[in-house]
Write a protein that binds this ligand. Structure first.
Ligand SMILES: [Zn+2]
Length: 299
């Protein structure tokens, strides 16, 4: 609703100058018209009580979403003000090599291969000379799929007495973890607040290495998802953008354009279930196929 945002900004200035600060006939007691959205003008003003009203500056900062400064980029300097979520897999290793983020962030959120992912991410960051940080946040209680356990529980089992059964939880793919990308991007955005690059520039972006095929497996791998998440994250304090600059590329295309070689990709880890490749999960299958397509692996 761009017109609504523009109107709110306009009316905020009106409130600031006190031109609209008056009570109208028939308004609730102890109220002032904080804003009158243009598109609702025919239906009258919106009224907000004095007490819970935030300072006008805060209202404007929270509600007005600035247009994108730039489109997601794969340029070599695209990561200079960014923290990249580095899982230790092929896609994030290639993106790190391509855009050289100011920071890499690896998250242990309770996934079974966490130890291997952290080890791989640290090796990749070290190889590329990128600063890396680690977050440990236990999300296992809201997890699901191969990343959490070997096989789903009995479909009717209510494990914690909450009324939640496996039969009632959607499962679009074996490795699906509810809201995982949203959770990880939100953690990275919170981590980025107040932090800077080596040059002292504030971090402004969270980058993820989502590629084209991810959208076919989960909603949170689609461009629509990242556009929405970018919007809701940028409207909050810090104005941190969330971007998936490789989302139009296949994994092979991303690796090819990045120039990542075997010396880098050899550090990667993609298995969903263990610290050693199981060769029998979607993560292992994808890694094997990508390396074969790149002629870095043969049967
Ligand atoms: Zn595996």
């Amino acid at each position: 609703m761009p017109s609504a945002r523009r109107s709110l900004a306009w009316d905020t200035r009106q409130v600031r100058t006190r031109k609209a600060r008056r009570c109208l006939p028939g308004s609730p007691a102890n109220c002032i018209p904080i804003f009158r959205l243009r598109f609702t003008a025919r239906r009258g003003a919106l009224w907000v009580r004095h007490a819970p009203v935030q300072p006008i500056a805060s209202v404007r900062r929270v509600w007005v979403i600035e247009p994108r400064v730039s489109e997601p980029s794969l340029a070599p300097d695209a990561g200079k003000d960014a923290v990249l979520l580095l899982s230790g897999g092929i896609d994030s290793a290639a993106l790190a090599s391509l855009v050289r983020p100011a920071w890499a962030l690896v998250v242990d959120y309770g996934q079974r291969p966490a130890v291997a992912e952290v080890r791989a991410a640290r090796a990749i960051a070290g190889h590329l000379g990128i600063r890396i940080a680690q977050l440990t946040v236990d999300l296992a209680s809201v997890g699901s799929g191969l990343l959490l356990r070997e096989s789903p529980p009995d479909s009717s089992a209510d494990e914690d007495g909450s009324g939640r059964t496996f039969a009632n939880v959607p499962s679009p793919s074996p490795e699906w973890w509810p809201l995982r990308n949203q959770l990880l991007c939100t953690l990275a955005a919170a981590w980025a607040l107040g932090r800077t690059s080596k040059d002292g520039a504030p971090l402004r972006q969270v980058l993820t290495a989502t590629v084209q095929s991810d959208g076919a497996r989960h909603v949170d791998g689609t461009l629509a998802f990242y556009d929405a998440l970018d919007c809701v994250t940028r409207m909050q304090e810090g104005g941190i953008a969330v971007r998936a600059p490789a989302i139009h590329l296949s994994a092979v295309e991303l690796v090819t354009v990045s120039g990542a070689d075997e010396g880098l990709l050899g550090w990667t880890h993609s298995c969903h279930r263990s610290e050693s490749p199981c060769a029998a999960c979607p993560g292992c299958w994808k890694r094997e196929q990508v390396l074969m397509d790149l002629k870095m692996l043969s049967h």
